[in-house]
Design a protein around this ligand. Structure first.
Ligand code: HEM
Ligand SMILES: *[C@@H]1O[C@H](CO)[C@@H](O)[C@H](O)[C@H]1NC(C)=O
Ligand SMILES: *[C@@H]1O[C@H](CO)[C@@H](O)[C@H](O)[C@H]1NC(C)=O
Ligand SMILES: *[C@@H]1O[C@H](CO)[C@@H](O)[C@H](O)[C@H]1NC(C)=O
Ligand SMILES: *[C@@H]1O[C@H](CO)[C@@H](O)[C@H](O)[C@H]1NC(C)=O
Length: 331
């Protein structure tokens, strides 16, 4: 073989290898770390497709609640097995079946985004990334401002209900319990207070309030930190035993939009769950709650904290790019 014919044969191979490693990092290869605009070469419309599918749903009248559902999914995914879409897996005993995940919603929106992306960039965009982009887009739909969401997470193959029960903090936790839960994930107490601001557009179900309203402790049936008038209001909304899952309690008394109203609500002692009100009632976090009533400041801190949460335990080399967000791939 002459030198010329050798180089002719090898040249295209070198070009291919270089372009795969240097440019096409989002494709079938292992990830090279979380990055902004991660799919700019491998699937340039990835983020805009997710945005369009999310907006197509949550801007329909009465669908705004699904925007909040998307934001909650990012928390419930990242705290269990890392941000790897383990929360989306169907089947017996998966995270989805855990009581703490009973009221998760909006999963069909992610399915739709995944289906559209599989048509244009098959096997490229992970469900874990779609979930994080969609959470951001949900905030935008609620009139919040945008931030850069990194991509490059790969999807997990493990999902266990017990892990969700263990890792997702309870609405009955006090400050130390909440702080410990976030610290285990590498997040600070301040970040916990800031991320709780996601409840600015949230609603809760009566089931999760039963203990605080009717079964608090042996000396107080109702949590004495709830002002009497507000307790009466909550009890009227959630009558003991006869409540049902169609009733919602808004966690921000100010507005359903993405704003600083949640922290104002806490100042008014109208935090819905113990885990909300304790952020104001405990002297250690009260100063921060007061500062966060400034929306511009809250917004900036929230974006930073979301980027930190969205990086918890991400799979960069192991894991897979799921074909269907509800099921692990079969090989
Ligand atoms: C600090 C610890 C937290 C606790 C104890 C907690 C607890 C809860 C509870 C009990 C609900 C109501 C569920 C229901 O009854 O339907 C809820 C809703 C929600 N949470 Fe949290 N949460 C916490 C942190 C977070 C974080 C970090 C985020 C996101 C960044 C978040 C986002 C949401 C959203 C958006 C909803 C409303 C979901 C919907 O309407 O579908 N939460 N949370
Ligand atoms: C919007 O998303 C919700 C939750 O996933 C789903 O139940 C509903 O069918 C969707 N509606 C539209 C109009 O896409
Ligand atoms: C929506 O956001 C804009 C810009 O931050 C703000 O001026 C406006 O008051 C917000 N609207 C509502 C209804 O919250
Ligand atoms: C019940 O809760 C109240 C208010 O937090 C507290 O003062 C009281 O000591 C608690 N009672 C018991 C038996 O723990
Ligand atoms: C649930 O409660 C609401 C408000 O009390 C009521 O209007 C509705 O009919 C109830 N639904 C069911 C299925 O019981």
């Amino acid at each position: 073989m002459t030198f010329n014919s050798l180089s002719i044969h090898l040249l295209p191979v070198f070009v291919f290898v270089l372009s795969t490693v240097g440019v096409d990092a989002g494709a079938a290869n292992p990830s090279y770390g979380l990055q902004d605009d991660y799919y700019r070469h491998s699937c340039p419309s990835a983020e805009s497709v997710v945005r369009r599918v999310v907006m197509g749903n949550v801007t329909v009248v009465d669908n705004r609640k699904f925007a909040a559902g998307l934001l909650r999914l990012s928390f419930h995914d990242c705290f269990v097995e890392g941000c790897d879409a383990s929360v989306l897996l169907y089947g017996p005993g998966t995270e989805k079946t855990a009581p703490v995940n009973k009221f998760l919603q909006s999963l069909e929106i992610l399915d739709k985004a995944k289906q559209e992306l599989e048509k244009i960039c098959p096997g490229v965009v992970s469900c874990a990334d779609i979930l994080q982009y969609a959470a951001r887009d949900g905030v935008i739909a609620l009139n919040g401002s945008s931030w850069k969401v990194q991509g490059g997470r790969r999807d997990g193959r493990v999902s266990r209900a017990e892990s969700a029960e263990k890792e997702i903090p309870s609405q009955d936790f006090d400050l130390d319990g909440l702080t410990a839960s976030f610290k285990r994930k590498g997040l600070s107490r301040d970040q916990m207070v800031i991320l709780s601001g996601a409840h600015t557009s949230a609603a809760g179900h009566c089931e999760n309030l039963v203990r605080r309203l009717y079964n608090f402790n042996s000396t107080h049936a109702t949590d004495p930190s709830i002002p009497a008038a507000y307790a009466a209001e909550l009890k009227a909304t959630c009558p003991r035993k006869t409540f049902n899952d169609t009733v919602f309690i808004t966690m921000d008394a100010v507005s359903a939009f993405f704003d600083a109203g949640y922290y104002v609500t806490l100042e008014e002692h109208k935090g819905v769950f113990t885990s909300d009100q304790i952020l104001f009632d405990d002297h250690r976090t009260r100063p921060l709650v007061k500062t966060l009533t400034d929306y511009k400041l809250f917004e900036k801190k929230f974006h930073q904290a979301m980027r930190a949460m969205a990086a918890i335990g991400v799979k960069l080399y192991d894991g897979e790019i799921r074909k269907d967000c509800r099921f692990i791939n079969s090989y």
